[in-house]
Write a protein that binds this ligand. Structure first.
Ligand code: HEM
Length: 276
């Protein structure tokens, strides 16, 4: 969280306490990861191998020079992945829970979808790919959460040539900020654009107006993983628990989109459901 806050402040350690804290937080995370990377490299030298992402990074040839990634490069990669993948997904989960709580009809429909999936399963069998593929309303909820509260408000690009667009020329070499939020909350693209309405996704919509994961070659590589994580979380939450907000909370959009108090909830196990 502190690392991410550092993206939205004056990048000067003397002028900004947020920036100083972000640098310190990044250093602590990197130190913890360095220990793991060092231990795993030593294990590897002793012939102990594992089949995971770290093993793939050790084996990778990096830029093709035959040298492979150094420990520092691997740690840098892991920090980037944590920053890009962790807070984005957990914040979107929190926002989905808030929208569902505020929209009881949507919550009821979601519960029904997941209760039906669960009813077909025996206690020992966990969710499978086929189950994930039979959650159409869940995907509507996820799309609508990403649309209304786009946690990445936009993406930067640099023009490689002069670009003509709607009578304007953006000169080669310009830095352009593409506001995803402006597109997602434009009334011309989505009726009642600020209202959380997951049912709007039951009809085909123009996908070029919906880019929560960016676009082009730099599109978020974690987009499908994030959708699966959200779907699985919602499945377990709604089939096992009911909840109510612990206190009033609201959405804030600056410096990042989130709930002001992290939306604490009081959960209770649902009594009518089978135990696992
Ligand atoms: C709800 C969750 C997520 C959202 C909304 C999201 C959104 C985005 C966006 C908008 C970008 C910029 C894309 C562009 O420039 O066109 C991005 C980049 C990226 N995301 Fe995600 N992301 C999410 C989850 C994840 C996850 C789970 C991972 C990995 C585990 C991940 C890894 C990355 C990486 C590595 C990049 C940089 C890609 C590049 O620059 O080539 N993201 N994400």
């Amino acid at each position: 969280m502190r690392v991410i806050e550092g993206f939205f402040c004056i990048p000067n350690p003397i002028l900004s306490i947020t920036y100083r804290r972000a640098i310190q937080a990044r250093k602590r995370v990197a130190e913890a990861l360095s220990l793991v990377v060092r231990e795993r490299r030593m294990e590897r030298e002793r012939g102990i191998t594992k089949n995971d992402m770290l093993a793939a990074l050790f084996e990778s040839d990096g830029d093709g020079s035959g040298i492979g990634f150094s420990d520092d490069e691997i740690v840098d990669f892991l920090v980037s992945l944590l920053v890009a993948g962790y807070d984005t997904t957990s914040t979107t989960i929190t926002l989905a829970v808030k929208f569902l709580t505020d929209t009881p009809l949507a919550l009821a429909q979601l519960k029904q979808e997941h209760d039906e999936i669960w009813a077909k399963k025996t206690a020992s069998v966990s969710l499978e790919w086929e189950d994930y593929k039979s959650m159409p309303f869940t995907q509507c909820v996820i799309n609508e959460t990403l649309r209304v509260s786009n946690i990445i408000s936009g993406v930067f690009r640099r023009t490689m040539t002069d670009v003509d667009i709607k009578g304007y020329t953006i000169p080669k070499g310009s830095k352009v900020f593409t506001s995803l939020r402006a597109v997602h909350l434009d009334q011309e693209n989505f009726k009642d654009a600020r209202v959380f309405n997951p049912w709007r996704w039951q009809k085909p919509l123009d996908s070029s107006n919906f880019m929560p994961f960016g676009g082009g070659p730099r599109r978020c590589p974690g987009h499908e993983l994030a959708r699966v994580a959200l779907s699985v979380f919602l499945h377990h939450l709604v089939t096992r628990f009911s909840w109510e907000p612990a206190e009033e909370d609201k959405l804030v959009f600056f410096p990042t989109t989130r709930t002001q108090k992290r939306y604490p909830i009081i959960v209770q196990r649902r009594s009518c459901v089978k135990t696992r």
